[in-house]
Design a protein around this ligand. Structure first.
Ligand code: NI
Length: 185
């Protein structure tokens, strides 16, 4: 496994439309491993291949929550984080619900900026896993939001594109300021 660099705005690669994976090969599994390592290190809960400069339709997600949704008890605070890695290759979404949910979203390619985004609360998804196995499932909650956010990356869309122009300009200004401070440091 190798840690890869995450590309951030204003890198124009983030605007590329990613290409379908023709076959799930050992190289694709290596890419998936690198993506998980990079995502956990960041740390984040989702990553699209284009965020490490690879324009392929591959997503990794790990909400790092217990399946039962319960919070870890206090004395578990020092335990290793819960791992629930999910791989989505060539994902397709269909039948979005008519009701929406709102989550405060962030993105590893838009550092230090968070904003509420409204998306369909439930969707259906079809995808291949890292073994080339096909899946077709209804998805809801945080996973539905996260999957829609990551899907956007495959089309060259970022979460800030869903915001009002005013909010998006605020986000870009903040990024620019952080970049200037880094250069000055
Ligand atoms: Ni993102």
């Amino acid at each position: 496994m190798a840690l890869r660099d995450i590309i951030i705005l204003p890198d124009t690669q983030l605007r590329l439309v990613s290409k379908p994976v023709e076959k799930v090969t050992p190289e694709i599994r290596q890419l998936v491993d690198d993506m998980f390592q990079t995502m956990y290190d960041a740390p984040g809960i989702g990553l699209a291949a284009i965020q490490i400069g690879v324009p392929k339709r591959v997503l990794v997600i790990d909400l790092q929550e217990r399946e039962d949704g319960a919070d870890a008890p206090e004395d578990d605070a020092n335990e290793a984080p819960v791992r629930n890695p999910r791989v989505f290759i060539n994902p397709e979404l269909y039948e979005p619900s008519e009701d929406y949910s709102v989550y405060n979203e962030g993105c590893l390619s838009v550092p230090d900026y968070y904003a509420e985004v409204e998306r369909p609360a439930r969707i259906h998804a079809r995808w291949l896993d890292e073994h080339g196995q096909a899946h077709d499932e209804p998805i809801e909650g945080m996973l539905a939001t996260c999957l829609q956010h990551e899907m956007d990356h495959l089309e060259g869309v970022l979460f800030i594109d869903h915001l009002s122009r005013l909010k998006r300009e605020m986000a870009l200004k903040k990024l620019e300021k952080a970049r200037r401070q880094k250069r000055a440091a």
